[in-house]
Design a binder for this molecule. Sequence first.
Ligand SMILES: [Zn+2]
Length: 342
Amino acid sequence: MKAIVFERHGPPDVLKYIEVPQPAIKPNEVLVRVKACALNHLDIWVRLGLPGVPIPLPHIPGSDVAGEIAQVGSEVTSVRVGQKVVLAPGVTCGKCSACVSGLDNRCRYFTNLGYMIDGGCAEFVRVPEVNCLPYPENLSFEEAAAVPLVFQTAWHMLVGRAQLQPGEDVLVLGASSGVGSAAIQIAKFFGARVIATAGSDEKLTKAKDLGADHLVNHKTQKIREEVRRITNKRGVDVVFEHAGTATWDESIASLAPCGRLVTCGATTGFDARIDLRFLFSRQLSLLGSYMGTKSELHTVLKLAAAGRLKPVVDRVFPLAQAAAAHAYLESSSQFGKVVLRV
Ligand SMILES: [Zn+2]
C-alpha cells in the first residue's frame, strides 16, 4: 500500500510517500481502507520527536481517520466489510480498571493512532474493533475525519473536566485551531457565553460565525483587559487553554474568583509559572486534560450526525502532499482542520 512514512525526526520533508506492506490484523482488529485522515498538532510533535518518547521508526503518522472496513478479524462481531466508519484515535488495553470504567483516556497503555503505533496517513490502517464508531452520514469523509480528536478533546476539557454550566463565561484561546473551533461550538451548545481570541480579524469573523459572542484580536488587543471590559471586571468562569506560555499569564489574569483553567496542550511552550498568591486568594482551579473517552466521542458523533456540532475543514491536501500539509499547519494560517484525502 501507499503510505506517508518517516525514518527520522525532522522538518516536513522527512515525510516520504512510499510503498509499504499492508498491515496484518489480529483476531480482534479490523483493517480500514482510509478515505481521509485529518492532521493535528500532535502530528507535528510526533514528526519532530519528543524528549523521552521513543516513537518507533520507521513510522506512519495520522490519528484522525474516516474510511471503510476492508477486512475483519476472526473475533470481530460488530462491524462488517464495506461499512463506513470513523475511528476513535485512542488505543488502550481495554482490560484495566480505567478502561472497564469507561475512563479509557486514563489507561496507562493509552496511545493514539499515529503516536506510538502506526496511524492513518496510508491507504490502510489496522485498529481494534472497539475503535470503530458509527459514521455520521451527513458528513463527507473529509468532514468526518475532522471530528474525533479535537471534538473529543474539547468535550473532555469543557464537560468532563471543567464541568461547564449554562450561563457561564468561557474564554476560548486560539479559536482558529481545530480544538478552539470545536470548543466554541461545545460551549455554545451548553449555553455559555463565549469570548474567543485569534490573531487576525478574518479568523475572528469565522469564530463569530461559529457562535462566539465576543472577539479579541490577541495581536492588537490585551486579552485580560478585553475580558475585564466584557465581563464588567469580573473575569471568566472557564479559560480553555492549549497555547501554553504565550498566553498563560493572560489566561490566569482573565479568571473570575473560583474560575477554572483547563488545558490540553502547550504549543508555544510548557515552562509556565504562576503566582501562588493569586491561586489561593482567588480560589482558582488548574485542570489538566488529556484526549477524551470513547464514550464522549460517541456523544460527539451523535451531535455531529444531528448537525448540532460541525467540523470545520480549512483545506484538503492529497495524501502524497502530506509534507506540504504539515508545513501549512505549522504556518498557523488555517482556520479549523487540515485534512489529507486518500
Ligand atoms: Zn486500560
